[in-house]
Ligand binder design. Structure first.
Ligand SMILES: NC(=O)c1ccc[n+]([C@@H]2O[C@H](COP(=O)([O-])OP(=O)(O)OC[C@H]3O[C@@H](n4cnc5c(N)ncnc54)[C@H](OP(=O)(O)O)[C@@H]3O)[C@@H](O)[C@H]2O)c1
Length: 241
């Protein structure tokens, strides 16, 4: 197969959790353009978003609620690729409160584990794969976001652990660590002044875009990466070097 053929997802079922917005939306678009049958999730009713999801199946999901995760799994009878783009953060020192810390750990880490576990039988049947988004904060912690940083570092080790455990089941598990991408998650970090300062120090000279991250996700989900599991690919334009 040519490299282009290996990036053709025609006939593949791809679920992008957190595909309603930001990077996840860009990931869903790229899979869709690569021929995949795409389903996405968001936390609200589909009608509450100002985006067009009409080409994709839409499901509501709250990763902090076990029943919501199980209800999502019950909607699928086949799955080839599970992408977890769900992520949450609390600003204004909210992660220093116990409730805030636990909330973020639950969404970003325990919820992810539950999602992967309930989807495993489908992925095992298809010899499929999981790709999650962690963050450069898993390597260089964000000092005002202890839960975000710890949850993302935990996601990296969770990925390695599951890759080791599930490899023999035919399921690969990898992560992509984005640098700064302007989305609603990072809205308070991307003023024009900050963008200029960032561009001056980042080797590639700009903020990331959803499609930069999506490219790495598609690669990891494709047969081009069939011998890669338990890995983290940093996609940050060299900013963390
Ligand atoms: N943007 C960056 O600079 C950056 C950098 C490093 C890592 N990341 C990671 O990349 C991923 C995507 O981030 P983003 O910037 O695209 O964020 P975003 O635009 O805020 O999108 C987050 C997605 O997660 C969903 N979500 C939020 N809370 C949820 C919950 N409790 N249960 C289920 N879904 C939930 C959101 O749904 P709604 O649309 O309904 O809110 C949305 O689909 C996250 O894991 C984030 O940590 C982002």
């Amino acid at each position: 197969m040519t490299a282009a053929e290996q990036l053709d997802f025609s006939g593949k079922r791809v679920l992008v959790c957190g595909g309603s917005d930001g990077i996840g939306y860009g990931v869903a678009q790229m899979f869709s353009r690569a021929g995949a049958q795409v389903a996405i999730t968001g936390t609200r009713d589909a009608s509450e978003y100002d985006r067009d999801f009409s080409d994709w199946a839409y499901h509501r999901l709250d990763l902090s609620q076990g029943e919501s995760v199980e209800a999502l799994a019950s909607e699928f009878d086949r799955l080839d690729v599970l992408v977890n783009c769900v992520g949450s953060v609390l600003y204004q020192q909210g992660e220093f409160e116990r409730s805030g810390f636990e909330k973020i750990m639950t969404i970003n880490l325990s919820g992810a584990m539950h999602l992967y576990t309930v989807m495993l039988p489908l992925l095992q049947a298809s010899r499929g794969c999981i790709v999650s988004l962690d963050s450069v904060a898993s390597i260089r912690p964000a000092w005002n976001n202890p839960a975000y940083s710890a949850s993302k570092a935990g996601l990296v080790q969770l990925t390695k652990s599951l890759a080791k455990k599930w490899g023999k089941k035919g399921v690969r598990v990898n992560t992509v660590a984005p640098g700064l991408v302007p989305t609603k998650l990072t809205a308070n970090q991307v003023t024009p002044e900050q963008e200029e300062a960032f561009a001056a120090t980042c080797p590639v000279g700009r903020f990331g875009r959803a499609e930069d991250i999506a490219g790495a996700v598609l690669f990891l989900a494709s047969p081009l990466a069939s011998y890669i599991t338990g890995e983290q690919i940093v996609v940050d334009g060299g900013a963390s070097l």
